[in-house]
Structures are given as C-alpha cells and as structure tokens.
Design a protein around this ligand. Structure first.
Ligand SMILES: C[S@@+](CC[C@H](N)C(=O)[O-])C[C@H]1O[C@@H](n2cnc3c(N)ncnc32)[C@H](O)[C@@H]1O
Length: 230
C-alpha cells in the first residue's frame, strides 16, 4: 500500500509515521508513505499557496494552482484512489477503511486554513472523507487516521494476522473486555472463565460480553447488528 499525502506540513505526517507499528510497517516495506508539499509547486514568487476569499470573509483559502499541479505530478498506480480530507465528506468508518485497503495507492489532499478553493474539488474529483462532525485546523491528523487504520488492515502490519479480526467493528460489534496480569488488581478479579483454558466457554463469554457492551454503549450498532441477524 502506498500513501501519497499532499500537505503543507509534511513534518506532521513524517513524525507520526516514525513511531511504533507504522514505523515497523515502513521498515518492512508493507506500506510506503510519501509527502508532497504543494508549496514546492507554486508559481508565485513569494511561494504563496493561499489567498483571501472572493466575496470577503475571514481566513485564507488554498489556491488551486499549487494543489492541482502537485496532484498532477504524483505518479499514479493503476489501482489508486484519491481522497480529500474535509469536514464535508462522508464520515469515516470501518467499512470505508476496509474498502480503501483494497487499493494499492491512496492519494490524500490535506487542507488548512479556511480550506480548498472549490475548483480543486471540481478538477480532481476526489472521494471526500471526514473523520467526524467537528473541525480541525488541518487535514494532516485525518490523513494520519486513514494511514494508521488502513495500514492495520494490510497483511503483515500487525504482529498476529488475527488481531484486527477481533477488534471492535470488524463483526459489527464492540470488542469484549480484555484482561492481563495480575489476576487480582485492587480487589478486582479477572473473570474465572478466562482462567480455565476451556476455549469454547471463553468464546461464548466473550461473544456475550460483546453483545452486552454494544447494546449498552452503541445503540446504533446494536440496532444494525440485530437487523442483519433477522
Ligand atoms: C479549518 S478546516 C476548513 C473547514 C471549512 N472552512 C469548512 O467549514 O468546511 C481546514 C482543513 O482541515 C481539514 N479538516 C478539518 N476538519 C476535518 C474533519 N472533520 N475531517 C477531515 N478533514 C478535516 C480539511 O482538510 C480542511 O480543509
């Protein structure tokens, strides 16, 4: 999987990709992350990438030329998708994440300031993704959410191939509670069933716990899960 990130702040992407599981996936060539700075493509002699909005209003709007030119310069693989990170996009979830993981390349456009000149959307025609109904200062954190969550779906990124299959959302439910040593902590004991080595009983317990906490914490997921079962 190759991620190409168009960003005015490449250091934000580089610093997060230099840690932990993403770092290991990069070192093992399971993923590749490239950053492209539209500022390097601006034709403006002062390297400007934004300007005031036509019609007035606060803030600065990202100008089309540096973004469109830098996008057109990206080497595109045959099985590639382009994503614009924007609070106006489809809200990201595990299903979209799995769909994105089927591509060989995800090109991402990160906005900043007041966002993109509308013609960037019109010319590039990207898929638009939001990471939730709130507004961030830039698209770098949302892009990192995509890089991180999509990478987890790529074979070899996680230590055990099964780890992602049991996670929350993978089967439409939240994950069951997890415990590690010690067996008793501040008087709270690990449920007995997890200690007896009976895998069928452990599976049953975990499934029941998944159902219980999904019903309690996420009524939307619970209703969907029930509807799919009937
Ligand atoms: C301050 S925001 C611009 C918001 C824009 N004026 C609006 O109201 O729709 C700057 C950039 O941050 C990114 N961004 C902010 N919130 C986001 C979200 N919830 N999901 C994805 N990207 C987001 C986008 O790339 C956006 O262009």
């Amino acid at each position: 999987m190759r991620f190409d990130v168009l960003t005015l702040f490449p250091e934000m992407i580089d610093s997060c990709c230099g840690c932990s599981i993403l770092k290991r996936a990069l070192e093992n060539n399971i993923i590749e992350v490239n950053t492209i700075n539209p500022r390097d493509f601006t034709l403006d002699k002062h390297k400007k990438v934004d300007d005031t909005p036509y019609g007035g209003g606060a803030g600065m709007v990202l100008a089309p030329q540096p973004f469109v030119d830098s996008y057109e310069n990206v080497d595109k693989l045959p099985n590639s998708v382009t994503v614009m990170l924007t609070p106006q996009g489809e809200v990201f979830n595990d299903k979209i994440c799995s769909d994105l993981a089927k591509y060989d390349q995800i090109i991402m456009l990160c906005g900043h300031y007041e966002g993109f000149d509308e013609r960037i959307r019109e010319i590039i025609q990207p898929m638009e993704i939001s990471i939730g109904d709130f507004v961030l200062t830039g698209g770098e954190l949302p892009a990192l959410c995509l890089i991180d969550s999509v990478s987890r779906k790529i074979e070899g990124t996680l230590g055990h191939s099964e780890s992602a299959n049991n996670d929350s959302f993978a089967n439409g439910l939240l994950e069951y509670p997890q415990y590690t040593k010690p067996r008793v902590f501040r008087g709270l004991e690990v449920p007995e069933v997890l200690l007896n080595g009976n895998h069928a009983e452990i599976e049953k317990f975990r499934h029941e716990q998944s159902l219980k906490r999904t019903k309690l914490k996420r009524k939307d997921l619970w209703d969907k899960w029930k509807a799919n079962k009937s």
